[in-house]
Design a protein around this ligand. Structure first.
Ligand SMILES: Nc1ncnc2c1ncn2[C@@H]1O[C@H](COP(=O)(O)OP(=O)(O)O)[C@@H](O)[C@H]1O
Ligand SMILES: O=P(O)(O)OC[C@H](O)CO
Length: 496
């Protein structure tokens, strides 16, 4: 009974990661599922795909480890955030496909609300911006477009949830309709200062508050599942980026992490203070334990590892992501090719969904090596944009500790060359941890701590160890000249 099962329900796959009593990974199982694009800018998941791939991964990881549910002390759930589901309380049947965080269908609704002057009120309560990224307008869309949905919701017959809530509902056989504070903080409906659903925003969007889940601490009692062969409690829940920040032990104010998967999400812990961003970052909940909220500033970039996928699938100049750094290292140092990967617009701090990508500085000698280097560098430049905005919102000097180190994880953090460039362009150290499964580890720790098999926060933080530290080697004038060129390239791209 000392193992912890982490369920990581992501945008493209569901994973189950089994940890032993010493917080070491014992086995991993993963299942991909289909992405649906019913119209331009729309992205949907079939709810049953999310559920079945999660359940099957959970069974598979136990089989792989030769263990059963009786060996599992607790389950932790971490998930793609903002993705929106609505289901019937009697049948458990979703009334629409899940509308995924990437989906832009509510851009018009957001624009109309902004024009009507509602954004300052919404930002003050939720810490978020009026962007289709968040759940609130997606939920409104479902209530507006599925016949009879709003009346059924008002009659208490429908439930809303982000993916964590839906999985808890399914795992507990419909006994628990719950979420945690980090997921609630991404809905556009939750007042992160007061710690409760905002009646004002729900009224504005015509969303019945009764259909929203009860919000709990990240380490709490979320119900018991009987579906794995023996009863197992669900004791930890957190959105995937917040779980990664916990797995990176970014518990103290001033600590920050950046996760490089398909996109990049940087979180800076601001402690018990909600720092309201003046620079188009998001304010969000990093963690809630024993009713105590830690806040974070977050910067979200939509294209990070995806730029490497583009080199592979779009241009065909590499066969595998791992080849990109070898190619980048062969780039001609005399060329200065800059790639702005605004393939789906620009996220923080620009928030320009309409803008598209551009390449500058091409010569007749520019080829795959120069494009590869520019692609990897774009990830470093975008991270610097986020950290510049964080510095403007909350200067290092005011953070109470000189913590400029960035902790990194995610698939792209495997590239030493990219991480060295990141340190160079930030002018600050970059630490890569020994355990790269930081998202799963974060939520496993929440569940394991609650179950009494894992240590408390301080002891857990002390177990964090770096596998590699990248320190800046680029001279300051070169760093600033290169960054100035990037800023000019972004400005030019936004002006087209
Ligand atoms: N060695 C590498 N160098 C550069 N990018 C990489 C490397 N390995 C993986 N990636 C990129 O990392 C991403 C996968 O990271 P992962 O954390 O699994 O993402 P996600 O959870 O978003 O699916 C892909 O976009 C891939 O292109
Ligand atoms: O599923 P991921 O890892 O791409 O994460 C998605 C984020 O939670 C979206 O906000």
């Amino acid at each position: 009974m000392t193992h912890i099962l982490a369920l990581d329900q992501g945008t493209t796959s569901s994973r189950a990661i089994l940890f032993d009593g010493q917080m070491q990974v014992v086995a991993v199982a993963q299942q991909e599922f289909a992405q649906h694009f019913p119209a331009s800018g729309w992205v949907e998941h079939v709810p049953d795909d999310l559920w079945q791939s999660t359940l099957e991964s959970a069974h598979a990881v136990l089989t792989q480890a030769g263990l059963g549910a009786r060996d599992v002390a607790a389950i932790g759930i971490t998930n793609q955030r903002e993705t929106t589901l609505v289901w019937d309380v009697e049948t458990g049947q979703p009334i629409h496909n899940a509308i995924v965080w990437q989906d832009r269908r509510t851009a018009d609704v957001c624009a109309a609300l902004r024009t009507a002057g509602h954004e300052p009120m919404i930002t003050a309560r939720t810490g978020l911006l009026l962007d289709p990224y968040f759940s609130g307008t997606k939920l409104k869309w479902i209530l507006d477009h599925v016949a009879g949905a709003r009346a059924r919701a008002k009659a208490g017959k429908l439930r809303f949830g982000t993916v964590d809530s839906y999985l808890i509902w399914k795992l507990t056989g419909g006994r628990s309709h719950l979420t945690d504070a980090t997921n609630a903080a991404r809905t556009l409906l939750y007042d992160i200062r007061k710690g409760r659903w905002s009646q004002t925003i729900c009224d504005l969007l015509d969303i019945p508050v009764e259909m929203l889940p009860e919000v709990r601490d990240c380490a709490s009692d979320f119900g018991v599942t009987d579906l794995l062969g023996a009863p197992v409690p669900i004791l930890g829940v957190a959105g995937d980026q917040q779980a990664a920040a916990m797995g990176q032990a970014c518990f103290r104010p001033g600590m920050m992490k950046s996760t490089y998967g398909t996109g990049c999400f940087a979180l800076l812990n601001t402690g018990g203070t909600m720092v309201a961003s003046q620079n188009r970052l998001l304010s969000t909940i990093a963690c809630q334990l024993d009713g105590q909220v830690s806040y974070a500033l977050e910067g979200s970039i939509f294209i990070a590892g995806a730029v490497v996928q583009w080199l592979r699938d779009g241009l065909g100049i590499i066969a595998d992501a791992a080849e990109v750094q070898g190619l980048a290292m062969r780039a001609d140092p005399a060329q200065d090719v800059t790639l702005v990967p605004a393939f789906t617009g620009l996220g923080a701090p620009y928030w320009r969904p309409d803008c598209r990508g551009a390449i500058y500085g091409l010569t007749r000698n520019s080829g795959p090596p120069e494009l590869s280097r520019a692609a990897l560098e774009s990830v470093g430049f975008q991270t610097r944009d986020l950290l510049e905005a964080m510095q403007a919102d909350w200067p290092v000097a005011a953070r109470g500790a000189d913590q400029t180190t960035l902790r990194v994880d995610g698939g792209m953090a495997a590239s030493d060359w990219t991480m060295q460039f990141l340190a160079d362009i930030l002018g600050a150290p970059v630490d890569r941890p020994k355990v790269l499964e930081t998202t799963a580890l974060g939520v496993a720790w929440l569940a394991g701590m609650r179950a009494g098999v894992y240590p408390d926060q301080a002891e857990f933080a002390a177990t964090w160890a770096a596998e590699a530290r990248f320190t800046p080697t680029m001279a300051e004038p070169a760093r600033e000249a290169r960054y100035a060129r990037w800023r000019a390239a972004v400005a030019a791209t936004m002006s087209v």
